[in-house]
Design a protein around this ligand. Sequence first.
Ligand code: B16
Ligand code: MG
Length: 209
Amino acid sequence: NITACIFDLDGVLVDTAGYHYQAWRLMANDLGFDFTELQNEKLKGVSRIDSLKLILGWGNVTKNEEEMLVLAQKKNDDYLKMIEQMTPENLLPGAFDLLKYLKANGYKVALGSASKNAKLILDKTGVLPLFDAIVDGNIVTSSKPDPQVFLKAAELLNEQPENCVVFEDAEAGVEAALRGKMHVIGVGDKNILADADVVVRSLDEIELG
Ligand code: B16
Ligand code: MG
């Protein structure tokens, strides 16, 4: 019996992938190369520093640790300028109604995201008060598919994993939820998220009540 819901952020509640892509592209272009939207898919759910390493690899660019930190910082500054404009309108279809419904019906709600900017985004989109716990890139040390992010969320909610359902758009996130012995609803393409218990195209497909 499900008593708690844990949400991924990017790709489930909001669509920030486009902003991440724009900001990383600025960096890549400065370094003299470019990468495609298809390559950008590979960055979903992946931490900032691991994303940077993947992108530098695509451009055959080598940087030392210190240079990488500077590049990651610059990308994040550009990204922060972009998300500064976010409002509740940027919530994906069905997200607000589902969160409100869960709250009104006594479910516990947590966030389980790789992003260090998660809290800011929840605040900008007006849903921060609907969350009982937030586990984000500032807390997590092992990225998805490691289940740490979701197990930590269950722990903060004081819930057993088997009573939690995770909402995820990334393959690695679905795997993380399953490894954590949780239920998982995939949000996106059912061919990519084949291991999820249920797959919806978007949160507004979920029937409330
Ligand atoms: P930041 P999620 C992930 O969020 C994004 O999907 C991924 O593209 C991004 O690199 C990562 O957060 C880190 O984000 O640079 O803001 O710390 O899908 O786990 O909510
Ligand atoms: Mg995601």
